[in-house]
Design a protein around this ligand. Structure first.
Ligand code: NAP
Length: 266
């Protein structure tokens, strides 16, 4: 049965483009009020205006760099001042570094670790107590098919997404018996600004046809409609098949295939 998010507050990170915008649309379409977070104020405001007009829900915008230390704490303090508690947390903001590890700037790597891992964990930790108190809530963490195997030339990014997958699935286990759940969404290649941010705008050839944001977010929303939502979902049958085939392929071969796919772009 379709979950009703009417009157709930959904906090979506990385809502100024790509998957975050689609999360905003699909959650608002089901009645959720939104708090949208990212760094680009104009882009965020444009998303907020469009969603408000279309769905007549309340939308607030918070401009924040979530790769900064204490960003999660600051964000939750600002929500507390507005007397907002989060019913749906979407940890979507993230980026990837591509290239030879020895050439990646250390500060960029640290930002990637803080945004993709630390802030995601801290926001989950900050959101959970009020969800448990109400015995109602959802944490959606955006991982990636990159979580399912090591990826040479994307070593740090793939490892951050493995962390997100493992953390979220473990949290799902802790929440059994409550009406609060956590789910990891693993998109494969998707048409967003991700590849422009990560490299020169071109997705690696081996990724095949990119999915639309609508296809990807619908997978997460449908999974959450199930009586018992699973700990994780992968968008697209071919992405799921590829991720699971990794379990049966010798590790060395798996890494060499991934290296082949990404080396031309390093
Ligand atoms: N597209 C794909 O192929 C793909 C595949 C698997 C997983 N993913 C994951 O999907 C998630 C969303 O990415 P996307 O594909 O939608 O890419 P995108 O279009 O580049 O969106 C990334 C979002 O994250 C925000 N963001 C980046 N750095 C931030 C920071 N320091 N503080 C706050 N917000 C920040 C960006 O907003 P500002 O720049 O305005 O801050 C933007 O709204 C990411 O976690 C990504 O790893 C994407």
């Amino acid at each position: 049965m379709a979950r009703d998010y009417s009157g709930k507050t959904a906090l979506i990170t990385g809502a100024s483009s790509g998957l975050g915008v689609e999360f905003a649309n699909q959650l608002a379409a089901r009645g959720a009020n939104l708090v949208l977070v990212a760094r680009r104020k104009n882009r965020l405001q444009a998303v907020a205006d469009a969603v408000k007009l279309e769905y007549k829900v309340d939308v607030q915008v918070v401009v924040a760099d979530l790769s900064e230390v204490s960003a999660a704490d600051k964000l939750f303090k600002s929500l507390a001042r507005k007397k907002l508690s989060v019913d749906v947390l979407v940890n979507n903001a993230g980026f990837g570094t591509f290239g030879k590890f020895e050439n990646e700037p250390i500060e960029k790597i640290s930002e990637e670790l803080r945004l993709n891992i630390s802030t995601l964990v801290e926001l989950s930790r900050l959101a959970l107590p009020s969800m448990l108190k109400k015995n109602d809530g959802v944490i959606i963490n955006v991982a990636s098919t990159a979580a399912y195997q090591p990826i040479p030339y994307m070593s740090v990014y793939a490892a951050t997404k493995s962390f997100v997958l493992s953390f979220t699935e473990a949290l799902w286990g802790e929440l059994i018996g409550t009406n609060v759940t956590a789910i990891a969404l693993s998109p494969g290649g998707t048409k967003t600004e991700f590849f422009e941010v990560a490299s020169n705008g071109k997705a690696p050839d081996g990724l095949g046809k990119l999915q639309t944001v609508e296809e990807v977010i619908t997978v997460a929303m449908n999974a959450l409609d199930k009586k018992t939502a699973p700990p994780s979902v992968i968008s697209g049958a071919s992405n799921a098949a590829l991720a699971f085939s990794g379990r049966f392929i010798p590790r060395q071969l798996l890494i060499k295939v991934a290296r082949k796919m990404f080396e031309s772009r390093s």
